[in-house]
Design a protein around this ligand. Structure first.
Ligand code: KIV
Length: 264
């Protein structure tokens, strides 16, 4: 696979071509993903739920993400590698810079932070120091206790307007891309059209620039299966590699997510 960079994602957005992202936690899958044409790999703190068996992402530590990032890096063959800054690892600006640097040293090429306006200053500091940032808005699982559950965000018009403003602020602060989780499709469309940076969606409908799934959801083995999840293994004639290729094909053809996977 030709090496994917943030410039690749920008070009795909400009050309109106969709790109496929997937979470990954080890070397062999990372290699498989490149063969299937996955442009972006996320070492997500979802590892707390799908690998470690927790019921939220909150217990995940910097050491956990670093370990999985190092594994993924060894197998990676050109996909752009993003790593999550885990819960409370970016609560202060000093912590943010130190922990983001640790993830970059472990092999990440971009770091992901959950939040809106409050992460704007950290985003600016990171970007100025050469660390690309993916901002994560909408349902931010690290805030599940404040939100009151894994609930759709941005249905209320005032909340939607705030999200649009905060997304623009993050772009202006230097974010390289934005991930939107579990928001109405119309809101995701408005935000994608308003931003020039690539917008990646999960449970955000079809109108974003790229899609992401949690690997275990794609394979149909996650304990929780929200509406936006599709099991691609069930129809695969080539096991797991076939399921991953089917996901990439469906994202690029615009057939996934369908209306049945989206919120209105
Ligand atoms: O941690 C993760 O895997 C994520 C995805 C839900 C996008 O942030």
């Amino acid at each position: 696979m030709k090496k994917v960079t943030i410039n690749t994602l920008h070009k795909l957005k400009e050309a109106g071509e969709k790109f496929a992202c997937l979470t990954c936690y080890d070397a062999l899958y990372a290699e498989l993903f490149a063969e299937a044409g996955i442009e972006v790999i996320l070492v997500g703190d979802s590892l707390g739920m799908v690998i470690q068996g927790h019921d939220t992402t909150l217990p995940v530590t910097m050491e956990d993400v670093i370990y999985h990032m190092q594994c993924v890096k060894r197998g990676s063959k050109g996909s752009l590698l993003i790593a999550d800054l885990p819960f409370m690892s970016y609560a202060s600006e000093t912590q943010t810079l130190e922990n983001a640097a640790r993830l970059m040293r472990a092999g990440a090429q971009m770091v992901k932070l959950e939040g809106g306006a409050w992460i704007a200053e950290s985003t600016r500091l990171l970007a100025e120091r050469g660390i690309p940032v993916c901002s994560h808005m909408g349902l931010t699982p690290q805030s599940v206790n404040r939100i009151g559950g894994f609930l759709v965000q941005g249905r209320d018009p005032d909340q939607a307007d705030t999200m649009i403003e905060e997304a623009k602020l993050l772009e202006d602060s230097g974010a390289s891309c934005l991930l939107l989780e579990t928001v109405p499709e119309s809101l995701a469309k408005t935000i994608s059209e308003a931003l020039s940076i690539p917008v990646i969606g999960i449970g955000a409908g079809q109108a974003v620039d790229g899609q992401i799934m949690v690997l275990h959801d794609l394979l149909g083995i996650s304990p929780i299966t929200p509406k936006f999840v599709k099991n691609f293994l069930i129809e695969s004639k080539n096991g797991i590699p076939g399921a991953i290729t089917a996901y990439v094909d469906a994202v690029k053809a615009g057939t996934f997510p369908g209306p049945e996977h989206s919120y209105n």
